[in-house]
Design a protein around this ligand. Sequence first.
Ligand SMILES: CC(C)(COP(=O)(O)OP(=O)(O)OC[C@H]1O[C@@H](n2cnc3c(N)ncnc32)[C@H](O)[C@@H]1OP(=O)(O)O)[C@@H](O)C(=O)NCCC(=O)NCCS
Length: 384
Amino acid sequence: MGYGNELVIRNYNVQKDRARVEDLERRCEVGPTERVVLFTDTLGDPICRIRNSPMYKMLVAMFRNELVGVIQGSIKLATVHKPPKDLAKVGYVLGLRVAPSHRRKGIGLRLVRRLEEWFIANDVDYAYVATEKDNEASVKLFVGKLSYVKFRTSAILVNPVNRRALRVSSDIEVAKMRIEEAEFLYHKFMDSSTEFFPHDIGNILRNKLSLGTWVAYPRGESLISGVKVPSSWAMLSVWNSGELFKLRLGKAPLSCLTYTKCSRLIDKIFPCFKLSAIPDFFNPFGFYFMYGVYREGPLSGKMVRTLCQYVHNVARKTNDCKVIVTEVGCQDSLRFQIPHRKSLSCPEDFWCIKALKIEEKKGLYELTRTSPTARAIFVDPREV
Ligand SMILES: CC(C)(COP(=O)(O)OP(=O)(O)OC[C@H]1O[C@@H](n2cnc3c(N)ncnc32)[C@H](O)[C@@H]1OP(=O)(O)O)[C@@H](O)C(=O)NCCC(=O)NCCS
């Protein structure tokens, strides 16, 4: 039985709700129970995950003066390749949580519907959400009840930062790009090859959390200029998510715990042994998010790997940055080039989409039929 009129959904109020939202976040774990579960610590600012988006909203659900649910949403212009236009207003649903003792009372459903009303009032064409494939409650809610359709699957790749620096190949040049150059390259190469490419990429690159964009190419060749690019090259940008919120491991399979102990021991006893320690994930830690990974050419896999090694070495010097995270399409061969630890990574996330305007519904059918290999998804660091 639902809560009827006794359930009130209203805007988040920082003074009244901050502590209660944080408490709810702590009580809600996301993901299946048998795998490693990551908790987020928003450092006293529960709205931090969406604060950098052009438009955002956070709603809370109240039942008899108790905060029982929360949801966040953001709106932006992004490429959605559907003729005749390639630009759409998209609304992203994130951070949906319902207190464990109040589940299956229709609160989640009502929170999403209310957020969709905000999207519609702001002329949004499509709502979308990313959810773990194994999160039955979430998949049933969005796909089963709310008519979202599965659009793409992605893999979240997590790699621990080791104390030792990684050797970066000497026959590859790694250069940092100026923001204007990076913006130009992203528009030129990624705009047409990815879905959800943000129209305001310049704002992302200029944000203080964006640490920079790096490009790798064979030493001896010249750096990308205008239309001429090296025979093989790759680029990526880095976002310091740890400045916004921290992660903490909530539960781990025994193998992971054992590995923590063993590898530390090995590290102590045999300092020259190449096996590095897995960092301590049970205390809050920060992370880098690599976004906008693009590559071209026969040796581009090596370029991507080199960039990842380079970023790893930058991360080593950042206080409490213990992992590097990225997200790529499941069908994208890029995932084989990006170093990651399997036990910490999420093999499949569903990206689900819903047309909010009648005229977009037909187009959505076309969109979901396109091959996932034809276009990758751009994962906006502001939505991580
Ligand atoms: C997912 C979540 C928000 C659902 O909230 P909720 O208030 O319990 O959901 P509702 O009561 O509105 O459920 C609506 C429908 O979703 C589906 N659903 C919800 N929870 C379900 C579950 N545990 N198992 C199967 N289906 C479920 C059902 O179809 C349900 O309709 P029904 O009760 O008439 O069968 C809640 O389980 C939660 O907070 N989970 C942890 C955080 C999380 O995973 N968030 C989603 C990240 S995208």
